[in-house]
Design a protein around this ligand. Structure first.
Ligand SMILES: C[S@@+](CC[C@H](N)C(=O)[O-])C[C@H]1O[C@@H](n2cnc3c(N)ncnc32)[C@H](O)[C@@H]1O
Length: 290
């Protein structure tokens, strides 16, 4: 049957046993539980990164068994993020607040933005200790980019954080990115209210970039299996429809082509937008008028 984990595949239990024998690498803070899969490290694995442990890899492989497009999904989402940031730098935006920024990988927001406009300033925010530690390491010496350990669900703490205030001027446009994060935020955590709080702090001409996993047109079994995998982490999956993601742009004017499968958002070539729904992620960019 499609999507079942094959017999003999690495299970979290065997993976965890392997982890115990390993030395903790120096990029891994003492506080983290290497035996519990983390969504940040699973995503790092999908992207071919090396900041993950056996438990993360086992969970990611179980996800690939359920949804074979998972690595493609991560790559398509990163490509969307790159095109969206390029679009914004061309539009003149020089400040970025990237919430749920993840473990640094190829093409981080500050690299894309500063390549085009070296004066761009970027604040990354993530809850994951590995994402924070590794970001801190690669950003050392960059006075225009920093990382703050905070939770999307506490926007007032993010907005008031001294490092955020030191780098970003909220009287000028800021692009807020919440990319591939909302599917880890349940409706009970009031994501729409969080986005409204962020919007209220922004100047006209600011932007919101969102993407998230969607179950539109997808097989129910696959969704249930994916949810099962992510229940092993601290961030259960909360997939949403196109209408639900579109509603998160309340107060913003959607930039063309609106909320679409991420490969369809301003593709660089027509071929790169083919079979776009296989990317599983919907995304869009909104502009704050005024
Ligand atoms: C799938 S990764 C996305 C990384 C990056 N934004 C991208 O699109 O490539 C999701 C990230 O969101 C972070 N995350 C999940 N829930 C969060 C929350 N409530 N607040 C801040 N970060 C969160 C995870 O730690 C992880 O690094």
């Amino acid at each position: 049957m499609r999507g079942r984990i094959p017999a003999g595949a690495v299970t979290p239990r065997t993976a965890c046993e392997g982890v115990r024998a390993l030395q903790r690498p120096d990029w891994a803070p003492e506080t983290i539980d290497v035996e519990r899969p983390s969504v940040a490290r699973m995503y790092d694995y999908y992207l071919g990164g090396s900041h993950n442990f056996a438990a993360d890899r086992a969970a990611a492989r179980a996800m690939v068994a359920a949804v074979p497009e998972a690595p493609l999904m991560a790559q398509a989402n990163r490509a969307f993020l790159r095109r969206a940031v390029q679009f914004l730098t061309t539009a003149g935006v020089r400040q970025f607040l990237d919430i749920g920024s993840g473990i640094p990988t190829v093409g981080n927001v500050h690299e894309i933005a500063q390549r085009h406009a070296p004066d761009s300033r970027v604040v990354y925010v993530d809850v994951d200790p590995v994402a924070v530690a590794h970001s801190r390491e690669i950003l050392a010496g960059d006075e225009r980019a920093t990382i703050v350990q905070e939770d999307f669900r506490h926007p007032e703490r993010i907005l008031a954080h001294p490092d955020v205030r030191a780098l970003l001027d909220f009287s000028q446009p800021v692009a807020v990115l919440v990319v591939a994060v909302l599917h880890f935020v349940a409706d009970d955590d009031r994501p729409a209210e969080v986005l409204r709080t962020l919007r209220a702090a922004l100047a006209p001409g600011s932007y919101l970039i969102l993407s998230q996993a969607s179950d539109d047109g997808r097989d129910e079994t696959q969704r249930a299996e994916a949810e099962e995998v992510y229940r092993r982490t601290d961030n259960p999956l909360w997939v949403r429809s196109r209408a639900e993601l579109t509603a998160f742009f309340d107060g913003f004017e959607l930039v063309e082509p609106g909320v679409v499968w991420v490969p369809q958002w301003r593709p660089e070539t027509p071929e790169s937008a083919e079979d776009a729904e296989r990317a599983v992620f919907l995304g869009g960019v909104g502009r704050l008028g005024g």
